[in-house]
Design a protein around this ligand. Structure first.
Ligand SMILES: *Cc1c(COP(=O)(O)O)cnc(C)c1O
Length: 426
């Protein structure tokens, strides 16, 4: 199946007389005839459902669709993108371990790593995604357990060199985790470039309608945990909280990582999405291929308009010829990148704020990547916890406006931007 078809068909195939849409199984619990039947589920000897904190049929159908879209072997949904990011790393790194992350990742991921997970005893090194091979090599330590990057960094719009980082990670026997939120599997499939795990904030293009916060983790099934058993005791030695099961042995390369994250992390931390939210996410996924294509077409035209506007000081959009990441974007995302553009308004911070106040169609919102066009000033909102040095390392300028181009008629979007730029000048 092609991606457009998977958006509609993957994850659930109704049998004779069954509902066409995925059923919403809004039930906390599941009934069994004997305690012995249920015991098999608790021992992970049989597959099935017993409590929706661990697994729910609606959630699993939508996870299976996302796994198919990414070309992965297994996937799980979480209640937010943050939970997905946290689980993806915490599943293989604990106190005393070390993780390498790109310095330009999403602000929420940066705080999670740099503040909260440090408190848990996990050490992080943030590397410039454009660092030299020597610098990258020097970041690895004997206790390094993973490398983490973002296909297209939110909001810096830096295109990550997935292939290069995958090679470096594999040389050191650790997986590459890629946050593929902005590109979506419609525009980029990180597994094809060597990534091992993919995460998503499904809140963005996957849902796409400002409706549901959610996250997803997908495993490629390619990383050989047992070949690096000394590094990954959580997967390669018995889990005493699960009757001594060794995940990598019992579930193999394809299922070990997601099974452990489900039966251990979801069991203990409980960041599970509701069945109804998964159903809403599935509605978004069905139209994702056509929406993402339109987002990219609109953003391309808007970026070109801004680039030629005398009140704009710079435009960053990887689809723009002359953009620093144009060539790399063409390699990893030949059909388009995303609908998000960043640019500076001439006159600096004050004029930028004035411009935003004058917008009529585009709304000011802490959000990106959905049907409605919206704008945000990262330095005074999503990234306000960061110091000026951290901001700069994250590729965020203080006068930068982040514009998420929606799927309205592009002429209406451009007209709105044009009048607000004119008004801000005065
Ligand atoms: C929004 C976002 C997240 C966090 O996701 P939530 O669903 O808001 O928790 C993670 N990564 C990226 C790239 C994002 O844009």
């Amino acid at each position: 199946m092609q991606q457009e078809t998977k958006c509609i068909e993957a994850g659930y195939t109704p049998k004779n007389g069954e509902p066409r849409m995925i059923p919403i199984v809004q039930s906390t619990t599941f009934k069994y005839d004997t305690s012995a039947d249920m015991g098999k589920l608790f021992d992970l000897e049989a597959e099935g459902y017993f409590y929706s904190r661990l697994q729910n049929p609606t959630n699993d159908m939508v996870a299976a669709k996302i796994a198919a879209l990414e070309g992965g072997s297994a996937a799980m949904l979480t209640s937010s993108g943050q939970a997905a990011t946290f689980f993806s790393v915490f599943n293989i790194a604990g106190a005393g371990d070390h993780v390498i992350a790109s310095s330009t990742i999403y602000g929420g991921s940066f705080n999670l790593f740099n503040v909260t997970m440090r408190k848990m005893g996990i050490d992080f090194t943030f590397v410039d995604p454009e660092c030299s091979d020597e610098e990258l090599e020097a970041a690895f330590k004997p206790n390094t357990k993973a490398v983490f990057g973002e296909t297209i960094a939110n909001p810096a719009l830096i295109v990550f060199d997935i292939e290069r980082f995958a090679k470096a990670a594999h040389k050191h026997g650790v997986p590459l985790i890629i946050d593929n939120t902005f590109a979506t599997p419609i525009n980029c499939r990180p597994f094809e470039w060597g990534a091992d795990i993919v995460t998503h904030s499904t809140t963005k293009y996957m849902d796409g309608h400002d409706s549901t916060v959610g996250g997803a983790i997908v495993d490629s099934g390619n990383f050989d945990w047992m070949a690096h058993a000394d590094k990954f005791p959580g997967l390669c030695t018995p889990d005493e909280s699960y009757h001594g099961i060794t995940y990598a042995e019992k579930f193999g390369k394809e299922k070990a990582y997601i099974t452990k994250a489900t039966v251990q992390l979801m069991r203990d931390l409980g960041a599970v999405p509701s069945a109804i939210n998964c159903y809403i996410l599935n509605l978004g996924l069905e139209s994702m291929a056509v929406r993402v294509q339109r987002h990219c077409e609109n953003a391309q035209k808007v970026a070109e308009f801004l680039n030629n506007n005398e009140n704009v000081s710079y435009v960053t959009y990887p689809g723009l010829t002359g953009d620093k990441y144009y060539d790399r974007a063409k390699k990893y995302m030949p059909n388009g990148t995303c609908g998000v553009i960043s640019f500076g308004v001439k006159g600096g911070r004050k004029t930028a704020e004035e411009f935003m106040k004058n917008l009529k169609l585009a709304i000011i919102a802490t959000h990106v990547a959905d049907a409605h066009t919206c704008v945000l000033h990262p330095a005074s909102s999503t990234h306000r916890q960061m110091t000026d040095e951290e901001l700069l390392a994250g590729g965020v300028k203080a006068d930068m406006v982040r514009l998420s181009v929606g799927i309205e008629n592009v002429n209406d979007i451009i007209a709105d931007l044009k009048q607000a730029l004119e008004a801000a000048k005065n």
